[in-house]
Design a protein around this ligand. Structure first.
Ligand code: CP
Length: 293
């Protein structure tokens, strides 16, 4: 079974192919409709962008979308994730999109005979977000070689940081981090001072402070976080002319980024969301092709 559950499932060539196909789709290239296929989106954690852009991508391919609702499903009677997914396989689903709070939940699903697209696993990985981030950078710079990238935020709890760090370094970019001590992840790259590097970077990526994964003792105030680790107006003024500002969203306005900077011309935050639909279309096409569906 060929799944896309982590970025290491993809070769560099496959990543470039997905980006190039998503860019073609964005330019209006037609898709082959597949009214014979059924897909279910299983979101056990909240989502707006990932869930609905996968849904939109599925409708663009004329797939039949099974409306799975975690809150009213038999998971609430104690059914396991595997039994839930196997049930959907047995009633005729051809593939699944899953977001779950458990890291590497997909390791429990090895006996399924239908492919999985990972919509995010705990603090593990978020491959569709990583691919849409790569697409957005590629669209702007045409390469990843020697790009100077900083990722500022809640690195330890971020599946976006992990996926992006691993993939971008593989593709030749330099990725460094900005975060408070409590958000450090020693398994990832170097942590630097925002004010020392801001004027050199090509990509300033901000990550959401994930309040739902923290305990109240962390005592993070919006103001102190913004001053020390956020994109303030003062830092924004120091960015290179061609630099871009990214954020996977949802955004805590005035925490990770000054609210007035969210839609400035250097910001590609909403373009990332637009690109997300096209990259998910390309992922669905790949899963259909690689699994001979
Ligand atoms: N960026 C992202 O994953 O957003 P959602 O949680 O809204 O899907």
């Amino acid at each position: 079974m060929k799944n896309i559950v982590k970025m290491s499932d993809l070769t560099n060539e496959e990543v470039y192919d997905l980006i190039k196909r998503a860019l073609e789709l964005k330019r209006g290239k037609k898709v082959v409709p597949r009214e014979d296929l059924y897909i279910a989106n299983l979101f056990f954690e909240n989502s707006t962008r990932t869930k609905h852009s996968f849904e939109m991508a599925e409708y663009k391919h004329r797939l039949n979308v099974i409306n799975f609702d975690a809150a009213t499903s038999s998971v609430n009677k104690g059914e396991t994730l595997y039994d839930t997914c196997k049930t959907l396989e047995m009633i005729g689903c051809n593939m699944l999109v899953i977001r779950h709070s458990q890291d590497e939940y997909y390791k429990e699903l090895g006996k399924l005979n239908i492919p999985i697209l990972n919509g995010g696993d705990g603090s593990g990985e978020h491959p569709s977000q990583c691919l849409l981030d790569l697409m957005t950078m590629y669209e702007k710079f045409g390469t990843f070689e020697n790009l100077n990238i900083i990722i500022a935020g809640d690195i330890k709890n971020s599946r976006v940081a992990r996926s992006n760090y691993n993939m971008l370094t593989r593709l030749g970019a330099t990725v460094r981090f900005i975060c408070p001590e409590i958000f450090k992840d020693d398994s990832l790259g170097e942590v630097v001072d925002f004010d020392e590097v801001i004027s050199e970077v090509d990509v300033c990526m901000l990550l959401r402070v994930q309040h739902e994964r923290h305990n109240s003792e962390m005592n993070l105030t919006k103001e102190s976080y913004h001053k020390n680790f956020g994109l303030t107006k003062e830092r924004y003024e120091k960015l290179k002319d061609e630099a871009i500002i990214m954020h996977p969203a949802p955004v805590n306005r005035d925490m990770e980024i000054d609210s007035e900077l969210v839609e400035v011309s250097k910001s590609v935050i909403f373009e990332q969301m637009k690109n997300g639909m096209f990259i998910r279309q390309a992922m669905i096409e790949k899963i259909i092709k690689d699994n001979n569906l």
